[in-house]
Structure formats: structure tokens, C-alpha cells
Design a protein around this ligand. Structure first.
Ligand SMILES: Nc1nc2c(ncn2[C@@H]2O[C@H](COP(=O)(O)OP(=O)(O)OP(=O)(O)O)[C@@H](O)[C@H]2O)c(=O)[nH]1
Ligand SMILES: [Mg+2]
Length: 331
């Protein structure tokens, strides 16, 4: 089959900029397409949208399964919409088995948001990408911003590297934790805690109100251990998405974070560093994908990997030879 042009699937830039939801959805499908012949039109489209992106508040949300992410996003998001925001929710689902049901699942967990004309919900399966990370979520975020969404919440379940990716593409990273399991800090990896700008203790209501206060104190103590002198000292806030308590405090913290990051160009510097880090992430991903896709190199790569697993060759030496093969490929 010959590759056919996909011009029919490239939505007009003007429609996206005008906030046409169908145009945006079509754009996202193109951006997320893994077809080789979709890459160039997708990149051209993003290039056209880029000057119109960047004005949104970018929030990253992660937490263990069942911690209350969807309920929080619904409650927090509806308040933001009531305050005049347009909200895009982008969910990265790192487990491919779950991805089939996740979109529907999240829409039923966020019924009000799903119905609101001021919100846009999109789930991306992260299957087939490195480190369980949806490679295109950052691009999707830019498209949503160009379409006029001025608050973006990027959500991921707290497993694997997707948390780091979410922290790497947002202005403010929120880690959701729940009361009860707080004593051992819920096995949260140190690196993840250190990235959190706000730790949100969820479900602070009813019988869990006391345990939530305990968890808050535990996390405050843990955070103070590695609080550095950045523009924003991380904080811990308890909330109940069901009762609506603590949500104003979180919204206020988001505002204060914004103000703190506006000083001395801290936000611009953070975004610049993120874009640069993303570039290298993409370069690594592309190189590895090229290696795996190339039938002329694949057998040699496999053979080298076998030597490494048999411990007869060091990973360093094997990596150097693999890179050499790739560089010499088209020579
Ligand atoms: N008591 C109480 N329960 C809550 C609150 N928020 C969420 N829950 C409950 O916790 C359970 C999980 O909530 P979700 O919002 O689906 O959690 P999640 O983190 O999105 O879960 P996954 O998407 O499966 O990772 C549900 O039964 C919610 O009703 C809250 O503020 N208070
Ligand atoms: Mg959820």
C-alpha cells in the first residue's frame, strides 16, 4: 500500500485558534499518530500553533491508583471554570492494559467536567513509548493552549517515569497522597517527593479527617528535610474533593506559586529548561526507535545485547558499538 496524503486530516489552524473542539480533537489525533507519514504534517501544524501557546497555567497531577485524582480534578476544575477558566485535562495512562477503558473511566469519574463546555478531557495511552511516558502529551498541551485553554491539568498515575515527565512539562507539580498510609510516606520515591511543589492530602473528611492531619504533618516534616532555597517553598495542603474543603487553599497556593515564579523570570527559565530537556528526551527516543526499526542493524544489536546479558561484554562497550553501527549506517 502506498502512503496517501493526510491533508484531509489536518484541521485548519484558524479553526483550532477559534476554539473549535472538533478541530482540536482532529489535531490531537494527528499529533498522536504513530504513522510515519503523519509526522511532518503534525510538526507543521504544531509549528503554526506554537506562537499561540504558552499562556496557560500548567498543572501536573500525580498520585497512586485510587488516591482521588479524578475526583480532585473534577472538583478543582469545576471551581476554576466557575472562576472563568477554560480547562484542558490530559491524562497519561502508563499501563497499556488499562488504556482501553481509561478515557471512558475518567469521563465517568469526572461527569460535570465532561459535560462542561469549558473543559476538554483527553486520555492518552502511554503504551509503546519509552518509560511509560506519552511522548506527545507535551505537544497536545501546546495545541490545547493554542485553542484557548488557559488552565491545563496533566494527570498521571504514580507509577514509573510518567511522573517525572509530567513534572517536566508543567509549571507546578502536585503530588496527591491519601491519609492512613502516611506513616511510611506511602513508599513514594524520594525523587518524586522532591519534585512536588504542592503535596495534596486527599479525602480529609469524615473518619479520615484525623489521619489526614497526621499525614499532612508527616509530609511537612519530610518536605522540610529537603526544602531548598528556590523561589517556591513546597507546601502540604489537606482537602476533601467530596466536601469541597481545602480547594480554595490549593487555588490560592497555585496563584501564589504563579506570582513567586513571575519574579526574576523564574517561570520562563523553568519552561526554557523543560523545553531543552524535552528536546534531548526526544532525541534519545528517536535514536532508540531508529535502532529498533532498522532491520539492517537489529540483528547486530540483538547479538550485542545477548553478550551483555551473558556478562561477556560490558554495557558501555556494547552501547558504543551500537551507536557506531547507527552512525555508519548511511555512510
Ligand atoms: N471520602 C472521600 N473519598 C474520596 C475523595 N476523593 C475521592 N474519593 C474516593 O476515592 C476513590 C478513588 O477516587 P478517584 O478520584 O477515582 O481516584 P483516582 O486517583 O483517580 O483513581 P485511579 O484513576 O484509579 O488511579 C473513589 O471511591 C472516590 O469516591 C474525598 O475527597 N473524600
Ligand atoms: Mg482516575
Amino acid at each position: 500500500m502506498t502512503a496517501r496524503p493526510h491533508a484531509d486530516r489536518v484541521p485548519p489552524v484558524a479553526d483550532i485558534l477559534a476554539g473549535d473542539r472538533r478541530a482540536l480533537a482532529t489535531a490531537i489525533t494527528l499529533i498522536e499518530s504513530t504513522r510515519e507519514d503523519d509526522r511532518e504534517p503534525a510538526e507543521d501544524l504544531l509549528q503554526a500553533l506554537l506562537p499561540h501557546a504558552g499562556k496557560a497555567v500548567r498543572l501536573g497531577i500525580s498520585g497512586a491508583p485510587g488516591v482521588g485524582k479524578s475526583t480532585f480534578i473534577e472538583a478543582f476544575g469545576m471551581r476554576a471554570i466557575a472562576a472563568g477558566r477554560r480547562l484542558a485535562v490530559l491524562a497519561i495512562d502508563p499501563s497499556s492494559e488499562r488504556s482501553g477503558g481509561s478515557i471512558l473511566g475518567d469521563k465517568t469519574r469526572m461527569p460535570e467536567l465532561a459535560r462542561s463546555g469549558q473543559s476538554f478531557i483527553r486520555a492518552s495511552p502511554a503504551s509503546g513509548t519509552l518509560g511509560g511516558v506519552a511522548r506527545r502529551t507535551r505537544d497536545v498541551m501546546l495545541a490545547c493552549e493554542a485553542a484557548g485553554f488557559d488552565l491545563v491539568m496533566v494527570e498521571t498515575v504514580g507509577v514509573g517515569q510518567s511522573e517525572a515527565a509530567v513534572a517536566d512539562m508543567t509549571d507546578l507539580y502536585m503530588l496527591l497522597v491519601q491519609p492512613g498510609a502516611g506513616d511510611e510516606l506511602q513508599g513514594i520515591k524520594r525523587g518524586v517527593m522532591e519534585r512536588a511543589d504542592i503535596v495534596v492530602v486527599t479525602k480529609a473528611d469524615g473518619a479520615l479527617e484525623g489521619p489526614a492531619a497526621h499525614a499532612k504533618a508527616d509530609f511537612e516534616a519530610a518536605l522540610s528535610l529537603h526544602a531548598d532555597e528556590g523561589p517556591w517553598p513546597p507546601c502540604v495542603i489537606a482537602c476533601s474533593s467530596l466536601e469541597g474543603t481545602g480547594l480554595d487553599e490549593i487555588a490560592d497556593a497555585v496563584e501564589r506559586h504563579r506570582t513567586a515564579m513571575a519574579k526574576d523570570g523564574a517561570l520562563e527559565a523553568k519552561r526554557a529548561a523543560q523545553a531543552s530537556a524535552w528536546l534531548w528526551r526526544e532525541v534519545e527516543d528517536s535514536l532508540v526507535a531508529a535502532l529498533h526499526a532498522d532491520e539492517r542493524i537489529a540483528p547486530a544489536v540483538e547479538a550485542l545485547e545477548a553478550e551483555v546479558t551473558a556478562q561477556t561484554l560490558t554495557p558501555g562497550a556494547a552501547a558504543r558499538r551500537i551507536v557506531q553501527r547507527l552512525l555508519e549506517r548511511d555512510a
